[in-house]
Structures are given as structure tokens and as C-alpha cells.
Design a binder for this molecule. Structure first.
Ligand code: NI
Length: 227
């Protein structure tokens, strides 16, 4: 499932993150790549252990926790600390798949990457190119969202970033391990959750069918989730 999550950061939130990262030193993006991705990747990245990345990443994590849509869609168990990259002057990232396991260097923090996320941090009108193209079951999907919006997609999918031919594309990106490993099960839970919210809006949270459906949601979650 590929889902866009609007307004994870509002305009002041984007500005706070940008103030932290724009003032920082950027390095070649290949510091986090596996050998195959390194061949395909041409961008800049913030050093992941630096103070700017940690502080800005903390703002992103706080914002994710305040987004009910993100929580419902991702059912996050562990989130890798958000990283930051930028592309300019024709830079791109060729077709690749993200590593299955992500380790935080120097710690024992480790996740299985079930979902990948990109949080856009520039006005799309300010740069050309820079689409995130994700191959899903319905073919390639090109994603380019307003600043503060996030796209969540299966980490198992092949994806690339097209060359940025004007301006700069800045983004935060990260991976997460979901409580529900299987994409189809996670999607079913998400769709059920959305439908329950819609029915509850019409009939009220105390409606007997809403209560029963909420029970079904939790009982499916109990079957499928690792917590
Ligand atoms: Ni990737």
C-alpha cells in the first residue's frame, strides 16, 4: 500500500526543521548505502549522528506521533531515526530496493524495514524533477508532495528518485518496523479502521455496530500484530 499523509508538519514545523538542517554541514549521500545502492545514488545527506540530524529527526518523530493517519496506516513498532537528504544539479537515485535490516551504528538498535517513508521539505514548484517513483502492483507511481506531506510505501518495493534539474529537493526519509509485518494484513486493518471512523461519525461511537466492528478490528490486530 502506498499512502500519502498530508500535513505531518505544518508550515512553522517545516520552517523549524529547515532552520536546523539548512545550517548544517552536508556530506556525500553514500555514507548510508549498501554497495548496490551506492552505485545508483547521487545526493547529499546530513551525517546521521550529528546534532542537527538528531534534533530535526526528533521534530519529525514528534510530528509522526501526532498524526492519527500515520499511526493507523503504519502501525509502527520501531522507527529508525529520520535522516535527511537533498538533490540538486541533476542528482538522482537510480532504481533500488532498501536494505531489509537497518542497524543504528554504535548501538544495538536494529529494525526490519517493513515500510519506507519520505517527508517532503520543499515547495514542489521550487524544483523540477525529484519525483519519487515507486513500482507497485499497479505499475510505477510518481510521487512529489507539498512540503510537510509524507509518503509511506512498502520497503520491499523498487523505487528511484528522478534527476533534480532545477532548484533543490530536500526531504527526510526513514524506515520503520510495523507491528503488522504483512502489507496485505496491514492494509486490511487500515481500511477497516477508516470505515469504522466513517460509520462512527454517522452513528456515534456508542452505536452497537460500531462497538462490534471496533471489536473485530482489535481482534484482527491481536491475531496479526507483534508488540
Ligand atoms: Ni531507497
Amino acid at each position: 500500500m502506498l499512502i500519502a499523509i498530508p500535513d505531518v508538519l505544518d508550515a512553522p514545523g517545516v520552517a523549524r526543521v529547515r532552520a536546523l538542517i539548512d545550517a548544517a554541514e552536508w556530506v556525500d549521500g553514500n555514507v548510508t548505502s549498501g554497495p548496490q545502492a551506492a552505485l545508483a545514488k547521487r545526493n547529499q545527506q546530513l551525517p546521521e549522528d550529528g546534532v542537527p540530524a538528531r534534533e530535526a529527526g526528533g521534530l519529525v518523530l514528534d510530528a509522526l506521533g501526532r498524526s492519527p493517519l500515520f499511526v493507523a496506516a503504519a502501525l509502527p513498532l520501531k522507527v529508525f531515526p529520520p535522516l535527511f537528504n537533498r538533490y540538486a544539479g541533476g542528482q538522482d537515485f537510480g532504481l533500488h530496493v532498501d536494505n531489509a535490516i537497518r542497524m543504528k551504528r554504535g548501538t544495538d538498535f536494529r529494525i526490519r524495514s517493513d515500510l519506507s517513508a519520505t517527508l517532503f521539505l520543499d515547495d514542489p514548484a521550487s524544483y523540477d524533477g525529484g519525483e519519487l517513483v515507486i513500482e507497485d502492483q499497479f505499475g510505477p507511481q510518481a510521487v512529489k508532495l507539498p512540503a510537510g506531506h509524507l509518503v509511506l510505501y512498502p520497503a520491499s518495493s523498487l523505487h528511484r528518485v528522478t534527476p533534480v534539474t532545477r532548484g533543490v529537493r530536500t526531504a527526510s526519509f526513514f524506515w520503520l518496523q510495523s507491528m503488522v509485518r504483512d502489507d496485505g494484513e496491514r492494509r486490511t486493518l487500515f481500511e477497516l479502521d477508516r470505515a469504522i471512523q466513517a460509520v462512527a461519525t454517522d452513528r456515534g461511537q456508542g452505536d452497537a455496530a460500531v462497538v462490534q466492528l471496533t471489536g473485530v478490528y482489535h481482534n484482527l490486530l491481536r491475531r496479526w500484530a507483534d508488540a
